[in-house]
Ligand binder design. Structure first.
Ligand SMILES: [Zn+2]
Length: 1009
């Protein structure tokens, strides 16, 4: 089915093992009148949802629940962390499976795994029932990834304290990639090392899915429609300390640093003071990198499904309801109903005789408080819904019992996975160009919990059956609301096509008076917007890399000494004279040339209307990887010019300056395979150049080193929009400043740029640091001073004197790795380097001129009241800004200042704005400082006014607020409606703050780590 087309059914499709069979559908377009078509026509979309809609369409709440949760788990509700040891073997396993009518007869399936093409009536059962220690488990995983290569992808999300890999087996019809529209599911086992049943069940499940794909229709369908991630052991260190036969002990429960991982996550109510553990960090990063929808965390020591919240604001043991209580009960029951013993509700009668869980499920906090638990963190901080499943009263049962655990849980494990397909799913799409909108918010009236769209604009919203009003909102678009009736069955597809907010940008209307040329310019602008957008979202850049793989030079990478480097640069100039020019910036102490390469469609011609980006490397001669990466990057760009349309366009629209070796003298001394040596770090006079950039010539007491001087002159040419410096000795990206400063102006933007690099690097976001590195980081980026605070850095000089943000990228732990590592390092950094070429087109750009059309050169553009850029020749300016809403102000001598609010998108190219000064309002004779002061004063007044408006609004809604950086679950539904109803500008602002998920998360980490 597709929107706007007649659905088509193809029957008798035979699915065989191995590669998916190709099946094409040619759909006839529908006449009109689908709800989506109506929406697209603008009927629903033009108005934001109104405040009057207070009738919350909450689905009929099943009344039995309240009854079920009163007074049932009397007294002793003590789970896995209770005191006295009992050796009583509570007969969870054997008796359960025998009397289990829900699970179809197990066993059978004697090695029928080869069944090619024929659809077997009984699924093939796993055969491997034993305890798997780490090495054994690893071999098991390797074996099944080799056995089912078409549907598996084995990866690790990090390492335990003792260095064991945290393996994940992905099972999907297209392993290794997210398919737009396909939900992602995960199981995590063995978080408590001595609770081993989950670990073995998940291995059984891997075997089961692998052997039944293409054999059993249920498994085949599940794997084709779901991306399943299975982590059999989150605590492999603890596991090795556990012992078989342990019923309710503690040996091996915690990780190797003796912390309970299920008390180690940031908590919404309590501050967790224990240091965050590597296993926890790895899982948090993992959750940030995949769009998980549903998850379960498998434990032992009881027999029940436990759902959020796990704690209560006051730490009491009582029902702590999450906004999605109905959904959680639905998915929890889906599991317990398939496990008869669990469903009985008397989990461990011998151990805790009075304990009873109606339907075998319980709210976490009602059972006992768990601050710092993983399931709540999932729900509160990501799109993922997670429950905790207790699989049996014995934590470490004897191997002989494992088969019966599988039989008891097989149906439940499968049915729980099917729950990922409940509710609604679909896309949020830009109405103008049809592309998906990432990070849009999906909210449901009456449920104070939003989910967000993923990179392609796809989303999933689990919901229990009922009628709901669902609203999609996105920065820069009008929100849209749709009423949906959710059924018991498969998720319903609901797509939102959002119209862009009208006419954003443009202080004063028209570029050129002629409507025809103006139209053409707008069209070209829009076209370019689409181009940048395609490269920014989804798999745009991956596709570009794939398209250019034939012309890639990869594999020929080697180190170049000064002689080789110079020849290489000249070679590029000679072979690509139309797009490459070579410049001599200056000489080192030992008379080596510091080269700069410009790549552009008009090299050497100043084209101030285009953004200019600088790539720098080799400031430390002992870390030459960056030098080689930039040579490769330059070659890659040149080779693909005229061949690949996207690369061609990027070169045509950008001025690219590459300085591969700032410190050629140091480079000459450095030796290959010296990972930690400082030989060659400094220049020939022993000066670390990255401490030599301070002041301008008149402010300096000592003369700058010649290398520094050359680079300072380059930076002072101005007109740069972005600079990326490559260095070594770590794997992360840093943003200004290197010097210790209290606060950084425009920090959000700087942080954003470093984050973009890290996010496009395959390992950077999850990197836990190099050996011997003390800094802890989140997401692979941090402020430079937090890594190594020092004065006189190139980055700081670029900021303060070049008015250009510079990030520094550390590409490998080893400073001078062996040459055969270079190809891999290039593969890692190619995409983020390309992404920077895309990124430089974002932010805000425009031209400043007077009424007569005369461009004003040297006008100051003040961003958010702080950061300044200056207009260059032609009156052009371009500044990068983090996604969001910003104030910009233009100040030019003799004119009245102009201000404007601009909205910057993470995915769109900068909208061109024209700032026109009115000569009639000239301020004759007033000194420039006065104008600046006026500008600052009016800015302050404006901010104060905005704050007052905000506070009044907040107060009106009678709700307690905790500032702009509220966690998104904590704001109230009424506030939401209230803000949304306040007209588009205000509501935009409110979304602004809610949408700023990055900084929210950072705030969260900062507060709670
Ligand atoms: Zn546990």
């Amino acid at each position: 089915m597709a929107e706007g087309y007649t659905p088509m059914v193809v029957t008798n499709v035979q699915v065989v093992e191995g590669k998916a069979s190709e099946l094409n559908f040619t759909l006839a377009p529908l006449a009109a009148d689908t709800p989506a078509a109506a929406a697209a026509a603008g009927a629903v979309t033009s108005k934001p949802p109104t405040a009057t809609t207070t009738t919350t369409a909450t689905p009929a709440s099943p009344t039995e629940n309240t009854a079920a949760h009163t007074g049932n788990d009397g007294g002793g509700a003590i789970p896995e962390n209770s005191g006295s040891e009992t050796s009583a073997e509570s007969g969870s396993s054997t008796s359960g499976s025998a009397a289990d009518p829900a699970s179809p007869p197990a066993g059978g399936g004697a090695g029928a795994g080869s069944g090619s093409g024929t659809v077997a009536t009984e699924p093939v059962e796993p055969e491997d029932f034993r305890h798997h220690h780490y090495q054994d488990m690893m071999l098991f995983l390797l074996k099944y990834s080799a056995k089912c290569p078409a549907i598996t992808h084995l990866y690790s999300v990090g390492k335990s304290v003792e260095g064991r890999e945290l393996y994940v087996m992905e099972i999907s019809d297209n392993p290794g990639m997210h398919e737009p529209g396909e939900p992602e599911f995960k199981y995590i086992g063995n978080m408590h090392g001595n609770e081993v049943v989950g670990r073995e069940l998940l291995l059984n499940l891997i075997e089961y899915l692998c052997r039944n794909y293409g054999v059993d229709p249920e498994v085949t369908l599940l794997v084709n429609s779901t991306r399943i991630h299975i982590m059999p052991s989150m605590n492999p260190d603890g596991y090795e300390k556990g012992r078989e036969g342990d019923v309710r002990g503690y040996a091996g429960r915690n990780n190797s640093n003796n912390y309970d991982l299920n008390r180690n996550f940031p908590d919404q109510y309590t501050t967790i003071t224990e240091p965050r553990q590597p296993e926890t960090i790895a899982v948090m990063n993992w959750l940030r990198s995949y769009p998980f929808v549903l998850s379960a965390n498998l434990h032992g020591g009881s027999l029940v499904v436990n759902y959020p919240y796990d704690d209560d604001p006051a730490g009491r043991t009582q029902y702590s309801k999450s906004p999605d209580d109905e959904v959680f009960k639905m998915v929890a029951r889906a599991y317990s109903e398939e496990n008869v013993l669990m469903h009985n509700g008397h989990p461990c009668e011998k151990l805790y005789p009075s304990e009873f869980f109606k339907d075998g499920i319980t709210n976490g906090a009602k059972w006992y408080n768990v601050p710092g638990g993983m399931q709540d963190w999932n729900y509160v901080n990501t799109n993922c819904f997670e429950v905790t499943i207790e699989l049996g009263c014995v934590k470490y049962p004897h191997a002989s019992d494992l088969r019966s655990y599988w039989e008891q849980n097989r149906r439940a494990l499968l049915r729980y996975m099917h729950q990922v397909h409940k509710g609604v799913k679909g896309m949020v799409i830009d109405l103008t160009d049809g592309t998906g909108i990432p990070n849009a918010t999906i909210s449901v009236d009456g449920i104070n919990h939003h989910v967000r769209t993923y990179k392609d604009g796809d989303y999933w919203r689990l919901l229990a059956p009922g009628v709901y009003n669902i609203t999609a909102t996105a920065q820069g678009y009008s929100p849209m609301r749709i009423t949906v009736s959710v059924q018991e069955k498969e998720a319903m597809e609901v797509n939102f096509r959002l119209p862009r907010l009208g006419g954003a940008g443009g202080l004063s209307g028209g570029e050129g008076s002629d409507p025809v040329t103006r139209g053409a310019a707008e069209l070209a602008d829009q076209e370019f917007q689409g181009f940048i957008r395609r490269l920014s979202i989804g798999s745009g850049l991956d596709q570009l890399i794939l398209d250019t793989s034939a012309t890639a030079t990869q594999g020929s990478l080697s180190y170049h000494n000064y002689q080789g480097l110079s020849e290489f640069m000249r070679g590029l100039n000679l072979n690509f004279p139309k797009i490459v020019s070579l410049r001599n910036l200056g000489q080192s102490w030992e008379y080596r040339t510091i080269w700069a390469l410009e790549i552009s469609n008009n090299p050497d011609v100043p084209e101030p209307s285009k953004p200019k980006i600088r790539f720098m490397a080799g400031i430390h001669g002992n870390a030459p990887v960056g030098t080689e990466l930039l040579l490769e990057f330059a070659t890659y760009l040149c080779m693909n010019y005229g061949k690949n349309p996207a690369i061609t366009r990027l070169i045509n629209e950008t001025r690219i300056i590459i300085v591969p070796s700032i410190n050629p003298d140091g480079r000459q001394q450095a030796r290959e395979q010296q990972c930690n040596s400082t030989l060659g770090k400094t220049n020939a006079r022993g000066k670390d150049l990255d401490t030599d950039f301070f002041g301008n010539a008149s402010q300096r007491v000592v003369e700058a080193q010649p290398e520094t001087r050359a680079v300072m002159d380059l930076i002072l040419e101005k007109g740069y929009t972005l600079s990326v410096a490559l260095d070594g000795g770590s794997v992360l990206a840093t943003y200004p400043y290197d010097k210790p400063v209290q606060s950084v102006e425009n920090e959000e933007t700087l942080k954003y740029l470093a984050k973009v690099y890290a996010d496009n690097h395959p390992t950077m976001p999850g990197d836990t640091g190099c050996p011997g590195e003390s800094t802890t980081m989140n997401g692979g980026f941090l402020r430079a001073a937090e890594k190594h605070s020092h004065m006189g850095s190139m980055k700081d000089f670029s900021m303060d004197f070049g008015h250009c943000p510079e990030i520094t990228v550390y590409t490998s732990c080893c400073l001078f790795p062996p040459a055969d590592r270079l190809a891999a390092l290039w593969a890692e950094n190619r995409k983020p380097l390309l992404r920077m070429l895309v990124e430089v087109h974002k932010g805000v750009r425009g031209v400043v001129r007077d009424k007569s059309g005369k461009p004003i050169v040297g006008a100051m553009i003040v961003l958010n009241g702080g950061v300044r850029v200056f207009t260059s020749e032609g009156g052009y300016f371009h500044a990068l800004l983090a996604p969001g809403s910003h104030n910009i102000e233009a100040v030019a001598e003799g004119y009245q200042q102009q201000r404007q609010e601009v909205i910057v998108s993470a995915y769109q190219a900068a909208m061109s704005i024209v700032i026109e000064f009115d000569m009639d309002n000239r301020i004759f004779g007033l000194p420039r400082e006065f104008v600046v002061a006026t500008a600052a004063a009016s800015m302050t007044a404006l901010i104060v006014t905005a704050c007052i408006i905000w506070c009044v609004c907040s107060a009106k809604s009678n709700r307690q607020k905790d500032g702009f950086h509220r966690l998104r679950q904590q704001h109230d539904y009424d506030d939401e409606i209230h803000l949304t109803s306040m007209g588009s500008k205000k509501s935009l602002l409110s979304h602004e703050f809610q949408d700023d998920s990055e900084s929210e998360e950072d705030t969260l980490y900062a507060n709670k780590m």
